[in-house]
Write a protein that binds this ligand. Sequence first.
Ligand code: APR
Length: 175
Amino acid sequence: MSVVQADITTLGVDAIVNAANETLLGGGGVDGAIHRAAGPGLLEECRALGGCPTGQARITGGHRLPARFVIHTVGPVWQGGAAGEPLLLASCYRSALALAAEHGLDTLAFSAISTGVYGYPAPQAAVVAVDTVSGFLEASPLPRHVVFCCFSGPSADLHREALAALAFQVPDRAP
Ligand code: APR
């Protein structure tokens, strides 16, 4: 796992993960940036998918993007933290990882799901992201490399801190 500060539409990875909404018909933020860079073919392909429930993920081609595929996931809207948001956010990361593994993808780049318009507190979201990806990769050989692609410095720092904290977690050893 690694952290970069970049525009995710520029990454030449196997798949980038889009923070979409349940219609999958585009929007602002990273969703808007990905659709602008991918071109109209992405929206056409998304239309045929008929939407995506929160916490789940769908895969499309990358169209004009350098990435081969786009994995669209729908994060939870933050409602204070007692409406199952952490579990739904973890489910976004896990669903996207499972799709990448199913398609035999090596490299996957995540945007910081739900931390923009959907208002999920960035520090908590970064911990959910890193912990969920780490847990998945312990049990799955693919994807080989996961990049947390953060748009801002503070977002990148939060993901680096969450990764560092992971390194200090002593694995549970059988007595
Ligand atoms: N590359 C990488 N990250 C980006 C980019 C980009 N080009 N543009 C924005 N981001 C970051 C934001 O800074 C934020 O940290 O993506 C993260 C997610 O923010 P949003 O795009 O607002 O997504 P989210 O909070 O999940 O809200 C989803 O917003 O755009 C609409 O259609 C989308 O309705 C959906 C909602």
